[in-house]
Structures are given as C-alpha cells and as structure tokens.
Design a binder for this molecule. Structure first.
Ligand SMILES: NC(=O)c1ccc[n+]([C@@H]2O[C@H](COP(=O)([O-])OP(=O)(O)OC[C@H]3O[C@@H](n4cnc5c(N)ncnc54)[C@H](OP(=O)(O)O)[C@@H]3O)[C@@H](O)[C@H]2O)c1
Length: 245
C-alpha cells in the first residue's frame, strides 16, 4: 500500500491535466502538496484542503520563482510536470523558437531544481521526478525541439541522481506516450481525422489517462521505490511494440 503521509511534495505544472491528477493522488495518500502553475483557478476543486498550498508562479519569471523559496518547506518529493508543446518543423527553427520551447521545458526546470538544492529545500532521501516523453525514443514529425528539450531533462535527471545519491536522493523520469489532456487535444488538432485514427490504432492498450501517470508517480515518490534512480520509465500502452522504427 502506497503511503505518502507527512511527505512534502512540490508539483510544478499542477494546473495541467497530468499535474492535477498527481495533486489529487498525493493528497489522497496523505502528502502535503505545494502546487504551482499560472492558471491557479484550475485547482479550485481542491481549495480548502488543509494539506494543499497553492503557489501561483510563472516558472520563466525569475522574480516569481524567487518568491517560491520563502513559501516552501523542506521537500521529500518534487514532480516536474510543467511543459509545453510547440511543434516546429526543423526548417522553421530559429533562436526565438528554440528559446520558446527550451525556456519552459528545460531551463526553468533545471534552474529551479538547482536552486532548491542551493536553498537546502531538498530533504535527504527525497524523490525527484521529471515528466519526459516517449517521443525521445519515438520522435514525431515537427517535434524536434520538444523532443530535444525532453532529452535534455532526461540527461539532467541522471546527473542529479549521480550527484545526490550519497544523500539517498533519487531522480527519475517518466516518459508517457499520448495521455488525454490539453496537450493531447493540441496534438490531435494538428492531424486529419484519418491520420489521427491511424495514430490511435498504434496503441495496443489505447491512449493513456492522467491517472495512469499519477499511479506511477506516487509509487516513485513513495518508500516502495527507494532503489530506483537515474532511470526513465516508459509508459506507452504498448506503442513501441507496434513501432516499425
Ligand atoms: N499529455 C500528453 O500526451 C503527454 C505525453 C508525454 C509527456 N507529457 C508531458 O507531461 C507534462 C504534463 O503534460 P499535460 O498533458 O498535463 O500538459 P498540460 O495540461 O498542458 O499542462 C502543462 C502544465 O505546464 C504548466 N506550464 C506551462 N508553462 C508554464 C510556465 N511558463 N510557468 C509555469 N507553469 C507552466 C501549465 O500551467 P498553466 O496552465 O497554469 O499555465 C500546466 O500546468 C508536460 O511536461 C508534457 O510535456 C504529456
């Protein structure tokens, strides 16, 4: 039985489809949750829960991030769900597009993580989790920047695992394939109905749900996974089984 009682967990992207489900799971398992996002009204369902602290924050704004450190307590877990998909075919990539994707998906998460350690806000034996994407293994047309931004996060997570193992701190990535959230809707809109049908048919177990990702996340946050670090766990409903690549 997974138990997160008394664990203090920071969740970025807590207002998103996957993040919100993780907030809900963590609260139901007894954790105290620090939830960040920009559109915090999306967390209205949880307002009044004494174990939830909502911290509005644009992670790309240094001043707003600084405010976080005064409001956080020593953390037993960090779940980085903040991220954006911006599809750009390679021929259209310039510095602007690069920055648009990497600032949110990579830079803000790396610098926030580093600052959490600098402020001594990561407890011994803490578990850090970064949401990557199956697209690192299985890239899609137009996804070059997104895929590269997630690959960088996977490499960073391994370095965190190595540098902080002596403190029992663990760092892992979860790499989901398509999960039914806003990002999923945006992805779907980029395809014709026929193309989309073909994509969905490649999933032997169907498209994922936020609760599928939340279930793995709470396991990685818990003391049941204390020997797992420096890895990326794929969750793809069997997609790669059907891949010809
Ligand atoms: N859904 C999928 O199919 C899928 C598959 C693989 C990987 N992933 C990854 O899983 C993570 C969560 O995805 P999701 O589907 O839940 O996406 P989502 O519903 O679009 O949520 C994205 C989250 O990122 C936050 N965010 C974006 N820019 C931000 C910024 N500048 N500052 C602070 N927060 C920011 C959003 O906050 P606001 O809304 O408050 O601005 C939101 O909470 C992402 O990293 C995504 O790349 C998703």
């Amino acid at each position: 039985m997974i138990d997160l009682t008394d664990k203090k967990i920071l969740i970025t992207g807590a207002t998103g489809g996957i993040g919100k489900e993780i907030v809900s799971h963590c609260l139901s398992l007894g954790a105290k949750v620090f939830a960040t996002g920009r559109e915090i009204q999306k967390l209205d369902d949880f307002v009044g829960d004494k174990n939830l602290v909502i911290l509005p924050c644009d992670l790309t704004d240094e001043k707003q991030v600084k405010v976080l450190f005064d409001k956080l307590e020593k953390l037993d877990g960090v779940v980085h769900c903040a991220g954006r998909i911006y599809p750009y075919p390679i021929k259209f990539i310039k510095e602007k597009q690069f920055n648009e994707v990497f600032t949110v998906n990579t830079e803000s998460l790396i610098t926030l993580t580093a600052q959490l350690f600098q402020h001594k806000l990561i407890a011994k034996k803490a578990s850090l989790i970064f949401m990557s994407s199956i697209s690192v293994q299985h890239p899609y047309m137009g996804g070059a920047l997104y895929v590269a931004s997630k690959a960088a996060i996977e490499a960073f997570s391994k370095s965190v695992a190595l540098e902080f193992a002596s403190e029992g701190v663990r760092s892992n990535c979860i790499a989901p394939a398509l999960v039914q959230t806003e990002i999923y809707e945006q992805t779907r809109n980029a395809y014709t109905k026929e193309q989309w049908g073909k994509i969905v048919s490649q999933y032997p177990l169907g498209i994922g749900k936020p609760k599928d990702v939340a279930n793995l996340t709470v396991f990685l946050l818990s003391d049941l996974s204390t020997w797992i670090t420096g890895t990326t766990i794929l969750m793809d409903g069997g997609l790669l089984l059907n891949s010809n690549r």
